[in-house]
Write a protein that binds this ligand. Structure first.
Ligand SMILES: Cc1cc2nc3c(=O)[nH]c(=O)nc-3n(C[C@H](O)[C@H](O)[C@H](O)COP(=O)(O)O)c2cc1C
Length: 226
């Protein structure tokens, strides 16, 4: 059983998003999964170019974006995996640009435009695949509702749920952004509070990511043994 974990942060080592993905991978490994963390920012690629090849009758069963570029092998690995976990920092209230491009090209080919004779939507994917979104952000947890993040950020997980049959979402708030806050014009952040969050809250978020990985692994194993 395989799991791919997609890092949508440009920061590839030791920072918030990739660390949580590593913890989720550890949880999946405990369930016997082979895991791979893929850094989106290692590749140059486009979002959906609206070619609609994926909606052509001859490609509809392929379940994969037919536009070929550096993202193609990553999309192939994602669709072959038993579990997909996508991690992204929040940039301007949304997933990062690269994460968004990946999600467009992963999710649109399995978004159905088909209805049956009764007008009911016909799903493209018939087998569920456990998925999750992990978001990291500066925003403090008690400010999230006020700026609408659960709705804005929940969209990608809702799409995963609707298309792949199972999805979870994990938010890690108030993350540590700079190595040395004293070097930056950023007086809205209290460095003492940020250190406290890094030392107390982030380990809790890491544990949540580990448990998330274990849960997804268990769901995937249960589906396989059904
Ligand atoms: C370009 C940019 C835009 C950002 N916009 C937001 C934002 O809208 N809301 C927020 O809470 N944090 C925002 N942040 C902070 C990051 O989401 C946060 O530091 C995140 O944990 C970084 O993840 P990383 O350490 O994995 O790179 C932004 C950071 C950058 C670089």
């Amino acid at each position: 059983m395989k799991a791919v974990l997609i890092n949508g942060s440009p920061r590839k080592k030791n920072w918030n998003t990739v660390t949580l993905l590593e913890k989720a991978a550890d949880g999946l490994k405990e369930c016997g999964f082979e895991t791979e963390i893929i850094n989106l920012y290692d590749q140059l690629f486009h979002g959906c170019i609206s070619c609609f090849l994926c909606k052509r009758k001859k490609f509809i069963d392929k379940h994969i974006c037919q536009y070929k570029d550096n993202l193609t092998p990553i999309l192939e690995k994602s669709m072959e995996a038993n579990v997909i976990v996508v991690g992204s920092p929040v940039y301007l209230g949304e997933p990062t640009g690269e994460t968004r491009c990946y999600l467009e090209r992963l999710q649109f080919p399995v978004t159905s435009y088909m209805v049956d004779e009764n007008g009911n939507k016909v799903s493209i994917l018939t087998e569920p695949k456990p998925t999750a979104m992990i978001y990291t952000m500066n925003c403090p947890v008690d400010y999230m509702d006020q700026i609408g993040y659960p709705i804005l950020l929940g969209n990608s997980a809702n799409a995963f749920e609707a298309l792949f049959g199972y999805s979870e979402i994990l938010y890690a708030c108030d993350t540590y952004q700079f190595r040395d806050y004293s070097q930056y014009e950023a007086s809205m952040f209290d460095p003492v509070h940020k250190v406290e969050m890094k030392e107390k809250q982030f380990p809790i978020d890491c544990q949540k990511a580990f448990e998330l990985g274990k849960r997804l692994g268990k769901v995937a194993l249960d589906l396989k043994n059904k």
